[in-house]
Design a protein around this ligand. Structure first.
Ligand code: C5P
Length: 403
């Protein structure tokens, strides 16, 4: 991922990393991981599950981290030195590497039956998991559903990588290499132009169900929204991306919530908008949905079929009505009178900034040309790749929001 190779290791200086180790063969890589964290200027404390001690010794981890290793929740001596709640508060980042399927399941259910799961439950620091397991265990629906729920709760999931596994299988499930884990961790501490700002971004198309197998949708690819989310996160913003079904994946630093219909999208936006500094509505929200959703597949009985459509909520207008409201940025994909129609939309929806573009050129394309429209100004941005244009858009937003 080229995005991560741009991350500077300097952001790890003086950071307090609580490294959790669970019982997988990749645990042996934690020796190197600890050494690299120390080299980058971070302080490391280690907590291990009982099973992890079968793969790498606490003594090795103690020697490399320079700190006593936490092994037991009920160890009176260790609790007297630095209690588990104190340790949970001490951390700037909790990284569990390797994170086994069992540990992921226990954390999903909020269990606290050993030192490491207790620390994960007790900390307010960001938590990252580096899964490592057999490819079939990784692909299992139970594991995937646990990970989805953890992502929604804000956990960062680093990897896994693909390749040959200790058990002889080949596939997804290898723990990322220590260098990659260091880069991902550093990225979480990157501060940039947008540090301290919380963004909520909608993207992609919505799907409006007709019956259990059919729906109304559009050609939106989600590329612009994903580019904005990725670039905003790289510039230090905390980003929640609320996305319709697309064929893209966002970087780990972006919290992504998947939705289907316009109504689902509105609910997700409203649940996540409090404290947001910026809302960007990039989604191509269906303007109408079928009034009724047939419970069974509609049969082709007659020559004609009439669908009655009703208006969907206008998500961005709902956000612009909030008190206090975030800085609201809209998009307008038009086929004619692009700037005039854009201005009208800015006004009607009470937006702070709108990017108007040509719908026939934009959908599914990698590049984009847009006109930025504010209540008192308008100008064109240079045509370029969506990531480059996203950076220009974010620069403009940062200027407006930070004043
Ligand atoms: O009215 P129109 O669909 O052209 O407006 C486009 C802008 O409004 C985009 O920012 C889009 O994400 C947003 N929008 C919305 N909810 C709708 C329709 C559009 O948030 N129902």
């Amino acid at each position: 991922m080229p995005y991560f190779s741009m991350v500077s290791m300097l952001s790890l200086t003086n950071k307090r990393i609580l490294l959790g180790i669970t019982g997988g063969i990749a645990a042996y890589k934690c020796a190197e991981l600890t050494r690299l964290f120390a080299k980058a200027g971070a302080e490391v404390r280690v907590a291990m599950t009982q099973a992890a001690t079968e793969f790498i010794t606490p003594l090795t981890m103690q020697a490399l981290s320079g700190n006593r290793v936490s092994l037991d929740l009920l160890d009176t001596e260790a609790e007297a030195a630095m209690g588990h709640i104190e340790l949970a508060r001490w951390a700037d980042l909790v990284l569990v590497a390797p994170a086994t399927a069992d540990f992921i399941a226990r954390v999903t259910h909020g269990q606290a039956d050993d030192i490491l799961s207790t620390l994960v439950l007790a900390t307010n620091a960001p938590i990252a998991l580096a899964p490592a397991m057999n490819q079939a265990m990784w692909a299992d629906t139970g594991t995937q559903s646990n990970l989805r729920s953890l992502r929604e709760r804000g956990f960062h999931i680093f990897g896994p990588g693909e390749g040959a596994q200790a058990c002889g299988d080949i596939g997804l499930g290898r723990m990322l290499e220590p260098e990659q884990l260091i880069e991902h961790s550093a990225a979480l501490f990157e501060v940039g132009e947008l540090a301290g700002l919380r963004f909520v971004i909608t993207g992609g198309p919505t799907r409006e169900a007709i019956d259990p197998v059919r729906f109304i949708t559009n050609h939106s690819s989600g590329k612009m929204a994903y580019a904005l989310a990725q670039e905003a996160a790289a510039a230090g913003a905390q980003v929640t991306l609320i996305s319709g079904r697309v064929n893209l994946s966002a970087p780990e630093t972006v919290r992504t919530l998947d939705v289907e219909s316009a109504e689902d999208m509105l609910t997700a936006v409203m649940e996540n908008i409090s404290d947001a500094s910026v809302f960007i509505g990039v989604a191509a929200v269906a303007d109408y949905r079928p009034r009724l959703q047939a419970e069974e597949k509609i049969k082709k009985d007659g020559e004609n079929l009439t669908l009655e459509l009703v208006k969907n909520p206008d998500i961005i207008s709902e956000v612009a009505k909030l008190e206090p409201k975030p800085f609201v940025v809209g998009f307008a994909a038009e086929t004619n009178s692009i700037v005039e129609n854009g201005k009208e939309k800015l006004d009607k929806k009470n937006l702070d900034l709108l990017f108007a573009n040509n719908a026939t050129e934009t959908f599914n394309s990698d590049s984009i040309s847009v006109t930025a429209i504010t209540p008192d100004n308008e100008f064109e941005l240079a045509t370029a790749n969506k990531n480059v244009v996203a950076r220009e858009m974010l620069k403009l937003i940062a200027e407006k929001v930070k004043g």
